[in-house]
Design a protein around this ligand. Structure first.
Ligand SMILES: Cc1cc2nc3c(=O)[nH]c(=O)nc-3n(C[C@H](O)[C@H](O)[C@H](O)COP(=O)(O)OP(=O)(O)OC[C@H]3O[C@@H](n4cnc5c(N)ncnc54)[C@H](O)[C@@H]3O)c2cc1C
Length: 143
């Protein structure tokens, strides 16, 4: 990662997927990034109130998977080791459009079938192991 040579401490709100990845990128520019999260963050990949959509079935598409892997190397392996599956988006998934069923053909489009809590936990483990980022949970800013 390119160091930008700035030396301030930054406070960011929300330790969901976006907040964690933002904090990770911002460690290039800041001495320390502190995430402030409203929920009490569980160690295990389980649902929590701040992310109500997480009970919905989730899949991580090719571009998102590659981008997250680029930011936090080892992320995909971590997901697979914890039960996620890797599928060929065009061959393994049946897709129906207004024009009918799409043909199932082999492609280079990978998709990862992982729950939202598992994706977040794998990112969190890696991002918060960085010395320049930390998270305070069950807290929210009042001003
Ligand atoms: C029905 C549904 C299905 C979806 N399916 C997919 C899918 O298949 N694949 C996919 O990639 N995406 C899918 N998504 C989108 C995916 O769930 C979201 O893009 C992703 O969860 C967004 O993460 P986020 O970190 O931006 O926000 P959130 O998940 O909303 O996280 C926000 C965080 O901020 C915290 N917070 C909020 N307010 C405060 C505050 N005042 N102070 C401190 N902390 C605060 C919350 O507790 C939470 O931790 C789906 C979404 C929905 C609704």
């Amino acid at each position: 990662m390119q160091e930008l040579g700035r030396r301030w401490r930054l406070l960011a709100e929300g330790a969901g997927i976006a907040g964690l990845l933002c904090a990770h990128v911002l460690t290039r520019a800041y001495d320390h990034v502190v995430l402030v999260e409203r929920d009490l963050l569980p160690d295990a990949p389980v649902h929590r109130p701040g992310v109500p959509q997480s009970r919905h079935v989730h899949g991580l598409l090719d571009r998102g998977l590659r981008d997250i892997e680029h930011l936090v190397p080892g992320f995909t392996t971590d997901l697979l080791q914890h039960g996620a599956g890797l599928v060929d988006f065009a061959a393994d998934i049946a897709l129906r459009t207004p024009a009918g069923w799409l043909p199932r053909v082999p492609s280079c489009l990978r998709s990862c079938t992982a729950s939202r809590p598992l994706v977040e936990t794998a990112i969190r483990r890696r991002v918060l192991s960085h010395a320049r980022s930390s998270c305070t949970s069950a807290t929210w800013p009042t001003a």
